[in-house]
Design a protein around this ligand. Sequence first.
Ligand SMILES: Cc1cc2nc3c(=O)[nH]c(=O)nc-3n(C[C@H](O)[C@H](O)[C@H](O)COP(=O)(O)O)c2cc1C
Ligand SMILES: [Fe+2]
Ligand SMILES: [Fe+2]
Length: 409
Amino acid sequence: MPKVWTEKILDDPELYLIRIDDDGIKYFEATWDIPEGITYNAYLMKLEDAVVLFDMTKKEYTEEFMEALKSIVNPKEITHIIIHHTEPDHSGALPAVLEANGYRAQLIGTSFAKRFLEGFYGEKVVENFYTIKDGEEMNISGKTFRFITVPWLHWPDTMITYVVEDKLIFSCDAGGGYSIPPVIDDSDEKVIEEYLPHVTKYIVTVIGHYHKYIVQNIKKLKELGIVQEARMILPGHGLIWRKNPMRIFEHYEAVGAGKVKKGKVLVIYDSMYGFVERRMEIVLDELRKHGLNPVVYKFTDKEAPAVSDILGDVPDSEALIIGASTYEAEIHPRIRYALYEILDKANYEKPVLIVGAFGWAGVAGKKIETMITRSKFDHVDTVESRGWPTPEDEERLREGVRKLVRWIS
Ligand SMILES: Cc1cc2nc3c(=O)[nH]c(=O)nc-3n(C[C@H](O)[C@H](O)[C@H](O)COP(=O)(O)O)c2cc1C
Ligand SMILES: [Fe+2]
Ligand SMILES: [Fe+2]
């Protein structure tokens, strides 16, 4: 049973959070390991003659959601349902909500959202759907609701709502993060510090493929002036931002732009029998001699880190070092997959040093080099050799690291 939070977060306007803590999930989008879990946040605003629901929850938690909703309002009284994004982690409970509502409420969203909802849940759910245009304002019970499209944060359907008089931004996926914070908002600095790495991991794994749109969309919101003046940012996952609302979008911008933490070098490798590992010991020794801070992920017969965690460490790294063995004339399968995802989700302009080991004909290093050369990453050097590293191999490895160090200093 997930924990459900039903909290009043504002008196005027009367605003509630319904947060479902999904601690049963293992792989978000059936892919990303999240032992830390995730929350789905919906909001309900009661106005004088309107009741507005902002997003919902995943289908699996429909029953819990309906119970929480009914504790605040008679679902028949909901007049508007704002669909910021149709991914079923937010829209899954829509058919049940509409059923309980007697199909009275008007749905509000983008034209993409209408199309996607119809595809997911059938024609009936979109019978009363109002399609917004970017920047359009709607008066609901005396308040101005401004709808702003933020395409690719996370899907083409995605928009946010700005309630002008109250300076509230309902941002759905944008501003969200993984994990189940012990509180609902940004009031505790310790909670924020623990939470932000989960935000980074969320951004890269979920929105990373579109990371240039993060920067573009936040720029757009800043130009409209709403980020600077926002009183609260209310995302669809994780913490609500009301002490310092700017902070979450600043974090998003930093991740989107790949802003680095000085000295951080991400080191990823596989080693079946210790040959790549020996090379990486040399590499790590040389890195530390230059005062750099390596963050290491290794795949061995004893451990296999989650690729989702590796992805979360890419944006603020100054450089990457990838070590791989050749495996059946290919890159070792674990590194192949990790690299494929890095290039898709975390494709940044950062220097990369490649280290390879092989038995009879080296393939991994060259293949990685081709992939890196075709990506945004910059290729620094490839040091690949047979079996146990010789003293000459060691010198080439150290020189490779020195090249990398020169690149970033
Ligand atoms: C299943 C398997 C497949 C391999 N395939 C190749 C190959 O196609 N070409 C090659 O040169 N070496 C191949 N090797 C040898 C390794 O690349 C070589 O031993 C390397 O040094 C392994 O480093 P590691 O023990 O750190 O993983 C293979 C080894 C294994 C276990
Ligand atoms: Fe999404
Ligand atoms: Fe989401």
